[in-house]
Write a protein that binds this ligand. Structure first.
Ligand SMILES: [Cu+2]
Length: 592
């Protein structure tokens, strides 16, 4: 194929960067300006470091903000997109009656808006400045947005308005399509990259039928394998730590960098979110407010302390400041008890290897690793010292702060070096302190980490004989490609029958880059892994199910995947957000 084959037809009223990428490749200069990207300049060759910050001077909230449900939505949600009332032109909600009223369940209703907050403070050393985030219960947008606490069996409609400034200039685009990573979500609610919408009629994604100001997302909260297992689903498929974020084609990196992400925590009878749960089967892990999600994002600031981003470089520059829930070098005040800490690498580029250290960074402390990505491990991994996270990976750990005296200061430290857009390179102490824990008073703690968590479904001989596909993630003409092709929102590169099983081989032929590959919709099981062609062991924390597969340099892996319950279009992409925005993505479809 040629470089122009991924061009979005001009008749859609857009010459988005997908078009300009082809042009730029041919011209070999980063002249990627559109009316929508008008203020950005040629990227600087040397990116100066961010100015100094004031550490440990702001505290995170003691508990995360829960998104409250609303009693009603006006207009009422409906199966067919309510275009007349301002909803964007999505496909009809699949299986809506069957998964709601026919089961005696009316959806819980939520309403959020993507919005600019003009006065966000990352750190007291930097001026208040504009970010993009989500509002729910609060008038001002926050980053991360409010946390949704959801439960299997209880469906949700989440209406998301786009109230971003439609005439925005600067990096990012005021269009949104919100992906809930990695819920088992019908395609039309999954935040497909071409399904973006905005307040202005021109802001219509090429895969939508009409523009709109909001879109209703139907989150059935059913277990994957609903059909396969007699309309119940398999509790081994349940997910826990999910997150929502913008997924607009070509602009996901700057939009998420501006703050458009939040958590969605999903519970069931086993992982019930209640450490007091009298159900004998409940795990009784540490629960809210001691269940605490944190998104880590790498960012860069100019000499005035204002957030900068180069959305034209296809390689990306790792940020030299790490925000934790939107703050640089914050303090989390913790009680002397167990906590479930859920870490998410929110990108855009940097990888982390996190340690819990003492004040002088001379000793490291243990914790129990209980979940990777959205999935509780079959058994907890006790006495762990580190958590390594590629972009979009998650890790849930349980830390027992009762070991430490009141007043103790501990630190979350990143020791993984990534000096430029390649790598990461090596693990090196002492590393960079990114969060301080300050240990406070003792409080009651009935939580536990039982010896068994969530059982894992073993692959059968038939699963292991499933059809295979190979996907090669590599550079092409200074951009990023999958099987030598760039992303095209219109063309599925694989079509699977609903209910089918396949083995996908993910291949990284390069020796300098890592690619955290994310496959939407269902979890996969890593069957094998090679480096430079030789088998390498799968580390214990990756032996459960996953939704992000980190391909290190010259690595490949085989992943068992199922495609169940819904139909439609979904993506697979590199979750280095800069690689993703520079075309390392495919569309794949499920058909009846
Ligand atoms: Cu990549």
């Amino acid at each position: 194929m040629n470089d122009e084959s991924h061009v979005i037809d001009e008749s859609h009223g857009k010459t988005r960067r997908a078009f300009l990428k082809g042009t730029a490749t041919a011209m070999a200069v980063p002249l990627l300006l559109t009316s929508r990207k008008s203020i950005a300049a040629t990227p600087p060759v040397v990116v100066p470091p961010s100015p100094p910050t004031t550490p440990w001077s702001v505290s995170l909230d003691d508990a995360v903000t829960k998104l409250n449900p609303v009693g009603a939505l006006d207009p009422a949600p409906q199966i067919v997109a309510n275009i007349g009332a301002g909803e964007a032109g999505r496909a009809d909600h699949q299986r809506f009656v069957e998964l709601t009223s026919a089961r005696g369940k009316s959806p819980t209703l939520y309403e959020m808006a993507a919005k600019e907050n003009p006065l966000w403070v990352f750190n007291p050393a930097y001026p208040p400045q504009a970010i993009w985030g989500f509002t729910g219960n609060t008038p001002d947008a926050t980053t991360p947005g409010p946390t949704i606490f959801a439960r299997y069996g209880q469906p949700i409609i989440c209406r998301i308005h786009n109230q971003l400034p439609y005439d925005h200039v600067g990096f990012g685009t005021p269009e949104i399509t919100t992906h809930l990573h990695n819920l088992h979500t019908p395609s039309e609610s999954d935040g497909f990259p071409g399904d973006f919408y905005g307040a202005h009629p021109d802001q219509k994604g090429p895969t939508l039928s009409a523009s709109g100001e909001f879109l209703d997302h139907f989150y059935p909260n059913i277990l994957a394998g609903y059909d396969e297992l007699g309309g119940i689903g398999d509790p081994r498929e349940a997910l826990g730590t999910l997150w929502y974020h913008d997924h607009t084609v070509d602009f996901t990196a700057p939009n998420v960098y501006l703050g458009m992400a939040g958590f969605y925590l999903l519970f069931d009878d086993l992982d019930s979110g209640d450490e007091h749960d009298p159900n004998p089967n409940a795990l009784r892990l540490p629960s809210y407010p001691y269940d605490y999600p944190m998104i880590l994002q790498d960012k860069r600031f100019d000499a005035n302390g204002v957030l900068v981003f180069d959305q034209f470089t296809p390689e990306g520059v790792p940020g030299d400041k790490v925000t934790v829930n939107g703050k640089i070098e914050p303090v989390l005040n913790v009680a002397r008890r167990k906590y479930r800490l859920r870490f998410l690498n929110g990108g855009p580029t940097r990888f982390y290897e996190l340690y819990l250290t003492n004040k002088t960074n001379t000793a490291t402390y243990t914790f129990t690793y209980i979940a990777n990505d959205g999935n509780l491990l079959p058994e907890p991994l006790a006495n762990q010292f580190k958590v390594r996270l590629g972009v979009a990976e998650r890790a849930d750990i349980v830390v027992d702060f009762s070991r430490f005296a009141k007043g103790t200061e501990l630190y979350l430290v990143n020791r993984l070096e990534q000096p430029d857009n390649r790598g990461p390179t090596k693990v090196q102490a002492p590393g960079t302190k990114i969060l301080q824990f300050k240990v406070g008073d003792s409080v009651p703690d009935v939580s536990q980490v039982p010896p068994q968590l969530r059982p894992l479904r073993s692959p059968t001989a038939a699963d292991l004989a499933a059809p295979q596909r190979q996907w090669v993630f590599s550079r092409r003409n200074g951009m990023w490609a999958v099987n030598d092709q760039f992303f095209d929102v219109f063309s599925p590169r694989a079509v699977m029958r609903r209910g089918s099983t396949e083995i996908w081989e993910l291949v990284n032929p390069d020796n300098g880059w890592s690619h955290p590959i994310h496959i939407h919709f269902e979890e996969g099981l890593i069957l094998s892994r090679t480096r430079n062609g030789s088998p390498v062991p799968i580390p214990p924390h990756e032996r459960g199910r996953k939704d992000v597969y980190v391909l290190g340099p010259a690595e490949s892996m085989k992943v068992l995947l199922r495609f169940r319950d819904f139909t439609g279009k979904y993506p697979m992409h590199c979750h280095n957000l800069v690689h993703e925005d520079h075309a390392m993505m495919i569309r794949w479809d499920i058909v009846p």
